[in-house]
Design a protein around this ligand. Sequence first.
Ligand SMILES: [Mn+2]
Length: 441
Amino acid sequence: MIKVAQFSDLHFSGKNLDEAGRCFGYGVDRAIERGVDVAVITGDSTDHALDVHSPAVGRLAREVRRLADHCPVLMLQGTFSHEPPGTLAIFPLLGGRHPVHVAEHIGQVALMGDGTWAPAQGWRFDAVPAGARAVFTCIPTVNKAAVAATVGAADAAEAVGRELAALLSGYAGINGAARAAQVPTIGLGHGTVTGCITEHGVPMAGFDHEFTTTSLFSAGAQAFMLGHIHKHQSWYDGGRVVAYAGSIGRFHHGELDAKGFLVWGVGAAVARFELIETPARRTVDLVFDGLPDLEEIAQAATELGVAGAYVRVRWQVGEEERAGVDREAIKRALCDAADVQLEGRVVPVVRSRAAGISRAASLQEKVRVWAKATGCTDGPLIDRLNALLDREPSQIATEILSVDEAGADADASQLPSAIEGRPLVAEAEAQQDQPAEVELF
Ligand SMILES: [Mn+2]
């Protein structure tokens, strides 16, 4: 049985320095305490291309060196945008007590009894190297551009999965031979397993992913240690285990699961792991359907204890309400938080089409269709429309004025009926306006 510490997705960068440094540093301490025999980092050691003089490079190198002073280390190439090819080349130069091996290409490497790394000459060993303590099968990030150059861009993603499945099953023979020779076999990969769940709870469906659990198990490795997906998860098949360690820290809002690294025990015919949690930062999400409620935010600040946490406040408002959000007041209410991220979404005003309005024969009919589509009462509108069509402006004005006069006499409770009030208008017409009308005509 060999004891392996698997770290993954460290994402060292200026922005992540605090989180990655604290969590990886903690992980290295625990791995050394537990006396692991070998340590692997399954990709994305860095978050993006970093300058050599950046503090993140110094911190990552120090931690890898601490590991290498304790045991042999293997680093796998991760996603190119996170870890540009060549990034890992400096780590074997650190000069710890044990060697650091970098796996940038598909292939096998044996950890020898004397703690050295012995890479296979081709894509696999022809025979199990004598004196091997464990055999590693390395599947770093596959260059889809290289595959696209051969099969065309449209088919590249699916072709990668097909080719990797064929490749992985090609390791079954040599891994079987290692097992028969009582040598533990370990697969290392960086990519997506079809059907896995992301750190945000999204299932990765489809056929354009690198791996399937079937293709991974077909390699015949006792343990398959994966990087790329930041949520820890695992699969089992007759004593073989495939697992994502998950990211070392909590780098994004909305990642609810525990963060950590895995300590594996791998024998020729057995594999198991334990998740060791890292002190990843706490994130708090406050979500509002409408305007963010300052009182609720203040209450959450006390009840949830936002001190030191990374808080995200999300809201969704209509265009007319957007000015009502006081960002500074929100920040003041959350002043104890380590970081506050404000994400407001403005919903544009949407005007619904009144279906069939163009086919309505009369203006009255159009008003009815519009009122139905917008949920308005059509009656008073039709009355006013009829008034516009049938009466002279002066007549309408006089009516409105007479209603106002009547309204002024009446008390406030009578006002609504005065406005709607046909009787009032009719009365006014009869009593006062008839002569004026006659004169006008
Ligand atoms: Mn990653």
